[in-house]
Design a binder for this molecule. Structure first.
Ligand SMILES: Nc1ncnc2c1ncn2[C@@H]1O[C@H](COP(=O)(O)OP(=O)(O)O)[C@@H](O)[C@H]1O
Ligand SMILES: [Mg+2]
Length: 245
């Protein structure tokens, strides 16, 4: 039982951001957390990352409480946050360098994995937004984290690039099968990517739905017109719509 969130509550002063969230994430699963803006998704992810502590309750990894960030849990944010003065290859190697040792063969393997061979010496400004976000994912993967935490990683991309990236991430995950917790406010994205869908409602953030996504793999966007997809979408939408006041 790798990640266990047990009755985690988070308050910021008077604001109750999360209320008694309980969630277990199995090794090798792809869980998407869907919720409206402000419902506490980032707060939840940051607690798993060890960037925030719960006000009460606890979060454990392999039974040990998470108290600080660690290389076993890497976060990919909406903004790629690459170092503009470093090449693509050096950006990906940066975390390993900080840890002391760079396995360049591994760096190149990951560059191959994200499909950016030939761009090794490019600086971030020479890359498209989608490419930059792939580098950001590569930078996380090269650390071989147990858990990949993704906070609306495609939220800043245009619609077409976003769809390409969703396809890219699906294919990537089908190959590497790392544990992924992916946060988004986009219903379609949450369903097409996840093996399991968790929907949160807001103020305070609570889990309103937690279901396996009844779609096979490999995934593709054609599945978004199947009855299974549409049924889950309707259920998720009802929860999100229930808070429009
Ligand atoms: N550091 C903070 N200080 C005070 N309030 C915060 C802080 N972080 C988040 N909040 C509040 O907690 C709630 C949840 O925020 P957040 O986790 O960012 O939501 P989401 O990622 O779903 O948009 C919001 O009401 C937000 O204003
Ligand atoms: Mg957020």
């Amino acid at each position: 039982m790798p990640i266990a969130i047990e009755r985690a509550t988070k308050r910021f002063g008077n604001v109750a951001a999360l209320d008694e969230i309980s969630l277990t994430v199995e090794d090798g699963s792809f869980v998407t957390i869907l919720g409206a803006s402000g419902c506490g998704k980032s707060t939840l992810l940051n607690m798993v990352a060890g960037l925030e502590a719960p006000s009460s309750g606890q979060i454990t990894l392999d039974g040990r409480p998470i108290t600080k960030p660690g290389p076993d849990r890497v976060v990919v944010f909406q903004r790629a946050g690459l170092y503009p003065w470093l090449s693509l290859r050096d950006n990906i190697a940066f975390g390993l360098k900080m840890r002391g040792k760079v396995e360049w063969r591994e760096v190149d393997r990951v560059i191959e994995l994200i499909g950016l061979r030939g761009f090794e010496t490019h600086r971030p400004y020479e890359l498209s937004g989608g490419m930059q976000q792939r580098v950001s994912i590569a930078r996380a993967l090269v650390m071989h984290p147990r858990v990949l935490l993704m906070d609306e990683p495609f939220g800043a991309l245009d619609a077409q690039t976003r769809e390409n990236m969703q396809e890219f991430l699906t294919e990537l995950w089908e190959r590497i099968r790392a544990t992924v917790i992916f946060v988004t406010h986009d219903i379609d994205e949450a369903i097409i990517l996840g093996s399991r869908l968790v929907v949160m409602s807001a103020r305070p953030g609570r889990i309103s739905l937690d279901e396996n996504v009844p779609l096979g793999r490999p995934r593709n966007w054609d599945m978004s017109t199947t009855p299974e997809f549409l049924q889950l979408k309707r259920a998720a939408r009802q929860i999100l719509a229930g808070e429009g006041h």
